[in-house]
Design a protein around this ligand. Structure first.
Ligand code: AMP
Ligand code: MG
Length: 402
């Protein structure tokens, strides 16, 4: 059977980075920049007052208190009309350009009204250059502010906006179709009748994709009936990826691999030496990468996190595609049936002496209750049946759950 690592290499070897696009700034968080972003302006664009107060020539403040003549008022958004001369000052507001000749701003709080309306009394000594942000001291026109390859984060948005980069050059998001299959599976808004269960998988995969910023095309539930299943699968083939759950193992009604082949897919593997997730299928059909995940919800979680998300991140141009892993000390023994690489739902926490992890009660991939409280997966090697409490193990961090 194919090892997990070989399966992962196969997946990543068969997906390519998608083409760059211009993405509206409001939709750019989570995407990878395809080009350097350069500022088209100086920031600040002029010598700017950082305070409400008076723009002065520092040389006039050699002795304080002193009186200066107020020659104009400059609110933010306007330009000063004239250059200051010795003995003069301008009333300025935060964000306003300081007039030529001025080199310092005295805060309002450090002044008092003069004797007449056009005079102000400066009460305090203020060092030269105080409260003035110099033109281009932050960013100069032509500076690279964000480099190609960077994943756009929320803090990059004000930078991009200030630089006028409203259509962000980034590798585009994949279009991803999500399909659940099974005669027994009904949409979650229906009450299951005899023999039926609700679809837990498509809502999960869709939610996970949204965390990645990918809006899924949810295709609903297809029955284990060749014609209808084939038609449903075909609807996902014009996407960049199709994630289908159920119907991939060896039961009489597990028709997904055959239907995928019938549609022209090339399947690169149909089982992986891992538990859960053994019957995971991966292939390509035209431009679509196709993932067939075993129907049990914990299998879907594991295969989505370890195969689907890394593949989608590779399509999006991420340099780092794998979920974060760390080592943590077992608070309780972890066991599994040896033979395949295991991923066990668990809860990790940061304790005074480092990261610790507790395996959750788990009796197999259908055990949806094990997902409550899980925030990671404990990795147990194929040849290890049990690891004792106190020993450090590898864990794969899951996103979203505290
Ligand atoms: P399969 O992979 O089709 O053999 O399904 C394995 C198990 O997962 C069966 O018990 C199915 O009822 C269950 N299952 C399949 N699809 C879903 C789903 N969308 N939501 C919850 N359970 C499912
Ligand atoms: Mg089934």
């Amino acid at each position: 059977m194919l090892s997990f690592n070989d399966a992962l290499s196969t997946v990543l070897g068969h997906v390519a980075r998608l083409e760059p696009a211009r993405v509206p700034l409001a939709e750019a968080v989570g995407l990878v920049l395809a080009e350097d972003v350069v500022s088209d302006v100086d920031m600040p664009p002029f010598n700017k007052s950082a305070m409400d107060g008076y723009a002065v020539m520092a040389a006039d403040l050699a002795r304080v208190p002193c009186i200066l003549r107020v020659v104009e008022e400059v609110p933010a958004g306007t330009l000063p009309k004239r250059r200051l001369r010795p003995g003069e000052c301008a009333r300025v507001m935060t964000g306003a350009p300081v007039p030529k000749g001025a080199d310092t701003v005295v805060r309002q709080e450090d002044t008092a009204p003069g004797l007449s309306g056009d005079e102000v009394r400066i009460l305090k000594e203020v060092p030269h250059g105080s409260n003035v942000c110099l033109k281009a001291e932050d960013v100069a026109c032509g500076d690279v502010v964000l480099k190609a390859g960077r994943v756009v984060g929320p803090l990059d948005v004000p930078v991009l906006a200030a630089c006028g980069c409203v259509n962000v050059p980034a590798f585009r998001r994949p279009a991803v179709a999500v399909l659940s299959t099974g005669n027994e599976v009904v949409p979650p808004d229906e009450r299951p009748a005899g023999g039926q269960i609700r679809d837990a998988n498509a809502p999960y995969v869709a939610a996970r994709l949204r965390l990645l910023g990918v809006e899924p095309r949810v295709l609903g539930v297809a029955p284990d009936a060749p014609k209808r299943l084939r038609a449903a699968l075909a609807r996902g083939m014009d996407c960049d990826a199709l994630v289908v759950s159920g119907g991939v193992s060896t039961g009489d009604y597990d028709l997904v691999p055959a239907m995928l082949r019938d549609l022209g897919a090339e399947l690169f593997f149909e089982s992986v030496a891992m538990q859960p997730g053994r019957p995971t299928v991966f292939g390509r059909c035209g431009d679509a990468a196709v993932f067939g995940l075993p129907g049990n919800p914990v299998s879907v979680l594991v295969a989505t996190e370890l195969f689907v998300v890394p593949a989608l991140k590779a399509m999006m141009g991420y340099a780092q595609v794998h979920p974060p892993r760390r080592r943590a000390r077992l608070l309780q023994a972890a066991k599994h049936r040896p033979g395949r690489l295991a991923h066990l739902p668990a809860a990790m926490s940061e304790e005074a002496d480092g990261w610790a992890v507790r395996p959750l009660p788990y009796h197999g991939s259908a055990h949806i209750h094990a997902l409550i409280g899980a925030n990671c997966l404990i990795v147990l090697p194929p040849d290890v049946a049990e690891v004792a409490a106190g020993v450090c193990v590898e864990v794969v961090q899951l996103p979203g759950n505290p």
